[in-house]
Design a protein around this ligand. Structure first.
Ligand code: KIV
Ligand code: ZN
Length: 519
């Protein structure tokens, strides 16, 4: 190679649409998944885990829709080590240009005994059978020994050797409960690769959860010890404390090329757009001090830092903000922008309209917004489209009008008119403030009796004319839903968010959790 050192490729496997969706309240509709999948494709993610097709008909359709539309990334479906799950995944992925089936079974003593009630020999038998069946659908088969972080190394060696012989091409080592410590996890990867006789026939991957805040550190330690695929999610979304965050893994590898013997294909300039899209769709805000994508990630406050950065940015900056997509908010459209400009910008952002009527409706809402707010940014457009993504279903509850009164020395009150199942109803309530009064007036009409588990407001862009984006989390009988609403008036945004959550509570949710269901 003329003395040129070629670095290995580090495969980036994104599981925002599968493990990310397992965060309570983060479930996504089929259209939302397709939109995120397209953004991931633009980010140049190698593998997109689109879901768990056996979980429900809705999950199956979502994986199918992603498989149909994605051209450049491999589309993957999760399946327990069961014939019916693998067949379902194979079917959902049929139309994918590149498809992968990811099958798994638990291997830790506690999971095998308490959850599966199976002997280690039976677990190997199921794993081998599953991999062979998956190979009937695709040559690209991934196997995960669930809870590998607490599994015995000798047993991992046995089962992994057997699944490679059966045709697995990627071996993913999950730290399912986020129990591992970087040095030890890295050593496990190195040991497995050294001890398994046919290890060279597969790529080693890792999938780390963040219960101890170590998901990224564990993933990077594994990469330094030979792993060549990392499973991660945008914004670190995922079960409990989440998964390893894609943006942190990617930027660590890119920034410390002196340390890592590999590089990714990720177009890092797309990171921020992806982060915002996932946050908007799921209603999980990004904390301001979050690495890479938090609002303060590149902001310098202390005078000494500012002085240093102005003289030479490298004094305090190890990455360039623009390399991960931060540029000053770009004014993309305004009051005088026409329908074509609107449509083409929306399309560039990865949204697709099902009909001319849908474009007209979105354009009308854009015009209303542009009347209130002179400069419209990409973030505004994303919020505008996301809050009305109902996949063609008629919403049960709709906001017709809202009137609030707030005066010093008086009790704030609100009057809300809703259309519920096509009938108009008016509710009035008083509250500690106008938001409180508005939500009480809505609840009076919709009677969910749900607990308000979260209420948060974020500004989408800067300035006092910015849209406020409100997230409302409702909890009822163990079910958690997030509602989103955006408006230049945060009281209206709050009403929209509450109604959005109420509509989600009414939608049936019969999906199975992949890791809870028995084998
Ligand atoms: O955390 C985990 O073990 C998983 C598996 C299904 C890979 O998500
Ligand atoms: Zn996981």
């Amino acid at each position: 190679m003329n003395g040129v050192f070629m670095k290995d490729q580090l495969i980036i496997f994104d599981t925002t649409l599968r493990d990310g969706e397992q965060s309570p309240g983060a479930s996504m509709t089929r259209d939302e998944k397709v939109r995120i999948a397209k953004a991931l494709e633009r980010l140049k993610v190698d593998v997109i885990e689109a879901g768990f097709p056996a979980a429900s008909p809705g999950d199956f359709e979502a994986v199918q829709a992603v498989a149909k539309i994605i051209k450049d990334s491999t589309v993957c479906g999760l399946a327990r080590a069961l014939d019916k799950d693998i067949d379902r995944a194979g079917e959902a992925l049929k139309q994918a240009g590149r498809r992968r089936i990811h099958t798994f079974i638990a291997t830790s003593p506690i999971h095998m005994q308490m959850k599966l009630n199976m002997s280690p020999e039976q677990v190997i038998e199921y794993a081998v059978r599953a991999v062979k069946r998956a190979r009937q659908y695709t040559d690209d088969v991934e196997f995960s020994p669930e809870d590998a972080g607490r599994s015995e190394e000798d047993f991992l060696c046995r089962i992994l050797e057997a699944v490679i012989d059966a045709g697995a091409t990627t071996l993913n080592i999950p730290d399912t409960v986020g129990y591992s410590i970087p040095q030890q996890f890295g050593a496990t990867i190195a040991n497995l690769m050294a001890r398994i006789p046919n290890a060279d026939k597969a790529i080693f991957s890792v999938h780390c959860h963040n219960d101890l805040g170590l998901a990224v550190a564990n993933s990077l330690s594994a990469v330094m010890n030979g792993a060549r695929q990392v499973e991660c999610t945008i914004n670190g979304l995922g079960e409990r404390a989440g998964n390893a965050s894609l943006e942190e893994v990617v930027m660590a590898v890119r920034t410390r090329q002196d340390v890592f013997a590999c590089q990714t294909r990720i177009d890092t300039r797309e990171i921020l757009t992806c982060s915002k899209l996932v946050s908007t769709i799921t209603g999980f805000p990004v904390q301001p001090n979050k690495a890479i994508v938090g609002a303060n990630a590149f902001a310098h406050e202390a005078g000494i830092h500012q002085d240093g950065v102005l003289k030479s940015r490298e004094t305090y900056e190890i990455m360039r903000a623009e390399d991960v997509g931060w540029s000053a908010n770009r004014m993309v459209l305004g009051k005088h922008s026409g329908r074509n400009a609107f449509k083409s910008r929306i399309t560039e952002l990865g949204f697709e309209f099902a009909s001319e009527a849908e474009i007209n409706d979105a354009f009308a809402r854009f015009k209303l917004l542009a009347d209130k707010k002179h400069e419209i940014f990409d973030e505004d457009l994303q919020a505008l489209i996301s809050e009305t993504s109902t996949e063609g279903e008629e919403e049960r509850v709709k906001l017709i009008s809202l009137k609030v009164c707030s005066e010093t020395g008086e009790v704030p009150n609100a009057q809300v008119t809703l259309r519920i199942d096509n009938k108009e109803a008016v509710g009035c309530a008083e509250g500690g403030g106008v938001v409180d009064a508005t939500l009480k007036a809505i609840e009076q009409l919709v009677k969910t009796e749900a607990t308000l588990a979260l209420y948060s407001v974020n500004n989408i862009t800067n300035g006092t004319d910015a849209q406020g984006e409100v997230t409302v989390r409702l909890e009822k009988a163990g079910r958690i839903v997030n509602g989103l609403g955006a408006d230049t008036d945060i009281v209206v945004a709050s009403a929209k968010a509450y109604i959005n959550a109420v509509n989600k509570l009414h939608q049936p949710n019969e999906r199975q959790h992949p890791q809870m269901a028995e084998v």
